[in-house]
Every structure is written in C-alpha cells, then in structure tokens.
Design a protein around this ligand. Structure first.
Ligand code: A2P
Length: 351
C-alpha cells in the first residue's frame, strides 16, 4: 500500500484522478490532495471520505511520506516541485510537458512502451505524454507492427478540457451567452482561447514556433518517436473544437507494406484498450459522445487509400481527461508497482 499525492487536485485532471484511482481500486494507504494556497481548506471526495486540500510546498512530500506523486498543475509547478517530491523518495508521474523530452525521464504509454518504466530511477520521474499523442500512439502501435509505418499525417479535433477547467468553463459560458443572444459581449471577455470557441474551430493550440508549427504539433512529432523508439515522419495539424472532453483525430499512415483493412481491424481489435467501431452500413463510428467517461481508444472509418496500396486512413477518439491524462498516469503507476513496487517498499521502509 502506498501514500499517494495528487498535485493539482482541484483541477479538471486532478478531479478525474480521484475518480480513476477509486475505480481502479489503487492500493492507497493515504491520499493527500495538494493545490495552491488559494485552495487550502477546500474539500475533495475520495471513496466515502472527504479530504481537505493542502498547500503544495517542497516539504509536504517528506512530511506526508509520499511514495507516488501525480502532478497535474502546469509545467512551471512541475519544474519547481517534482524534484522536491523525487528528492523526498517519491516516484513522480508528471502530466505536464516539462520533463517529457528529458533523456533521463521515461515517457510512457503502458500499452506501447511499458519496458521504459524501469528507467524511472535516473530522476525519480516518469512523464505522461501529451493527450493527443497518447491516443494516437495506442492506435499506431499495432499498425506499425503489422505494416511498418513510415509517415503519419494527422488532423486533431481537440476538446476544451485540454485547456483545463477554465477552458471548459469558457465554452459553457459562451454557449450560454449565445443562447441569450449576448455572445459578442462574452467573446470580448474570453481568457483561455485566442478566438470565440462556441460554434467555431480554431487551428491553433499552444504557441507558434519556427516554420509555422505550433508547440502542440511539435509535441506530437517528438513524443511519438520517443515513445515508439521510431523515426516516423509525423505531420500534425492541431485544432481546438467546441467539444467538452474527448479528442478526435483523422489519421493517415504511409507504410512499408501493402495495407489491408481486414488485417488493420483485426490487429487494432486485439490490442489492449482499443475498441474498433467500424460499421458504416449502420452509421457506427467513433465519436466524442461514445468515448467520454471511458478508458478506451475508439477506432473506426478504417479505409484503404484510393490511390496507393500502402496508405491507410482512420479516425480515433478518446476521453482527454482519462485516456489522455488521468487513466494513462494511473496505468503507469500500476505498471510501476508491478515492476518496481516490492523493491521500492523494501528500500524505503525495509519491508
Ligand atoms: P488551484 O485550484 O489552487 O489554483 P486546471 O488544469 O483545471 O486549470 O487545474 C490546475 C490545477 O493546478 C489546480 O488544481 C490548481 O490549483 C493547481 N495549481 C495551479 N497553480 C498552482 C501552484 N502554483 N501551486 C499549486 N497548485 C497549482
């Protein structure tokens, strides 16, 4: 049993952590919810208990004898406090982008590269990838094994939950204002997205970088190859859409071998945590309303290119707060316990 901290417990992902840890019956001795000084004294529910939120400090990990710390409070918070947690003897599972490309920090999707978890000791930190990357690599892994992927073109349709609770609130506020015929005023009050998000799509997530690519797009490029230990060419276009919490992706893969739709369906359906929904004759395909509140990556609209034998197209959807964040982190922690747990407890507590 482990002492577990959630850093950012009052946020959208933090709240999902509480639900996922409970559902997975995570072996918890003590749960400590942490957030900024603003939230001290706020309460969160876990199982039948009400827990008081504590302030995140460098000392709290030692004081509370934390063994596993889930971080989801932004990159600057992880930069400052994840090393404190690791120093205090905890394994950090970090949901931000801060450590993801650090060569001494494994970047893990347990269905794809569980073997990398054993590198955690270098810094005491395991990074949780970007949400769009997680659901994409889960669907790429079985196809790569079967057909050998050389290149991926992907367009994302990303939910507002990726921008945290404030992002979700901004969409809801704008929808409400729209139905009251007051959208103009609310749009001027926008804080999170660069343009109106209600009834709009915005082809811009995170900062613009060199060459006109956004940082979100470059995360998908770099993280995909770190996780898959590959050299695949990846060309993403990341787009924010007015959906609350599941991301969708239209993906095209260019392969070494000739592709087959039947084989693709088979290897996808047999892969861990994927559900294939692909019955066009019944209008059945993946959508955010199907994926939300579940732990699966849904794949469908699988079809061969009209021109090239080695090119396959498909669509995938997964819940950003769960598969793209909390569930992946909890799955990392469970795998870590399986691989390292016994030795860790023996080292730390002598038992
Ligand atoms: P707080 O509610 O006290 O601001 P979201 O991603 O939904 O916006 O949530 C962000 C989470 O990160 C919240 O729990 C928030 O706590 C927490 N957080 C943000 N800044 C800090 C900080 N400087 N120290 C500790 N927690 C922080």
């Amino acid at each position: 049993m482990y002492n577990v901290a959630i850093v950012g417990a009052t946020g959208a992902v933090g709240e999902e952590f509480l639900r996922v840890l409970e559902e997975y019956n995570f072996p918890i001795k003590k749960l400590v919810p942490l957030a900024s000084a603003r939230s001290v004294g706020k309460e969160v529910e876990f199982k039948d208990k009400t827990l008081k939120v504590k302030e995140l400090t460098c000392e709290v990990f030692e004081e509370e004898e934390i063994d596993i710390a889930f971080f989801s409070a932004g990159g600057s918070v992880s930069a400052k406090f994840a090393p404190c947690a690791a120093e205090a003897g905890a394994v950090v599972i970090d949901n931000t982008s801060y450590f993801r490309m650090d060569p001494d920090v494994p970047l893990v999707v347990p269905e794809v590269n569980p073997e990398d978890i054993k590198l955690w000791k270098k810094k005491g930190i395991i990074a949780n990838p970007n949400c769009s990357t997680i659901q994409m690599v889960i669907s790429l892994a079985p196809l790569h094994k079967e057909f050998g992927i050389k290149r991926v073109d992907v367009a994302t349709y990303q939910a507002v939950s990726g921008a945290g609770k404030k992002g979700m609130e901004e969409l809801i506020e704008q929808m409400r204002a729209l139905f009251n015929f007051k959208l103009d005023k609310k749009v001027e009050e926008r804080e999170v997205f660069p343009w109106q998000i209600a009834l709009n799509v915005i082809p811009h997530i995170d900062k613009f970088m060199d060459g006109g690519w956004t940082r979100e797009e470059l995360k998908m490029v770099n993280e995909t190859n770190k996780i898959m230990h590959s050299n695949i060419e990846v060309a993403p276009t990341c787009v924010r859409v007015p959906v609350l919490r599941s991301h969708s992706e239209a993906i095209t893969i260019y392969c070494e071998k000739e592709v087959s739709v039947e084989k693709a369906r088979e290897v996808l359906a047999n892969f861990e945590d994927i559900k294939v929904i692909d019955n066009p004759e019944k209008n059945e395909y993946p959508m955010p309303v199907i994926a939300t509140d579940t732990d699966y990556v849904y794949v469908g609209r699988i079809r061969k290119d009209l021109y090239e034998d080695n090119v396959l197209h498909f669509f995938n959807v997964a819940d950003q707060l769960r598969v793209g964040a909390a569930t992946n982190a909890v799955r990392i922690a469970l795998k870590w316990i399986e691989i390292e747990g016994e030795a860790f407890l023996k080292d730390k507590y002598g038992k």
